[in-house]
Design a binder for this molecule. Sequence first.
Ligand SMILES: Cc1cc2nc3c(=O)[nH]c(=O)nc-3n(C[C@H](O)[C@H](O)[C@H](O)COP(=O)(O)O)c2cc1C
Length: 230
Amino acid sequence: MELTEAMRTMNACRWYRSDPVPDGVFHRAIEAARFAPQGGNRQGVRFVIVRDPEKKRRLGEWYLQPWRESYEAVRAGLRSVPSRSGVEKSVQLGFSDVPKSLEDTNQFAERFGDHPAIVVVCVDPAEVHPTDIDLGRLSIVGGASVYPMAQNLCLALRDQGVATTFTTLLVAYEPQVKELLAIPEQFATACHIVAGYPERGFPRRLRRRPVEELAFVDTFGEPLTAEGEA
Ligand SMILES: Cc1cc2nc3c(=O)[nH]c(=O)nc-3n(C[C@H](O)[C@H](O)[C@H](O)COP(=O)(O)O)c2cc1C
């Protein structure tokens, strides 16, 4: 499919059909995804595609612990939820005004271990190139050697009609996940991508900030416009 179309319609899918995604589809996706850039081209990323029902059940059990904490916090009005414009806002939620997207996300979480496949993205931290570790803040750069490939994987699956959801809540259970899947000691888990054929199709439109709010020219705050000079 056309690249821009894939980028604009690749959502976090909350509803999956039960039929499996064939190995060949994953193989084609990873064949394309592996061309993602990485610091120093060190190539420390690995994928484990989990289809085994018992293993998925365990992953689903673990996922639900941090999810239920987040969910209850949002429902209690302790955390912010995305508003229509995509901007987070803090709201006091009553029982009847929990946003539908939150309820969709909740049922997705409750069925986490039932979705067709969970792709565990692993990386050897010795092979990333974090140039920001001396700045006294959270390092962001290390992830840049992993997540472009994860995003490429999602796009390459989207290209083949497969929907995905990028998740990170389960990373808190890294020791248990590594033991379950025999992931070698030196690897860290970076995210868990749920994959399957969408039960409700792909969205026509995703809620995101307009370009003018997120891209600037020369000075932060000077919006990039479609009719700019260059
Ligand atoms: C870094 C990151 C972590 C995320 N972690 C989770 C997660 O643990 N669970 C989940 O249900 N969705 C997770 N998501 C999906 C986001 O909620 C989703 O991308 C966002 O709400 C936009 O959804 P949309 O593309 O359907 O509009 C994560 C996304 C990103 C980029």
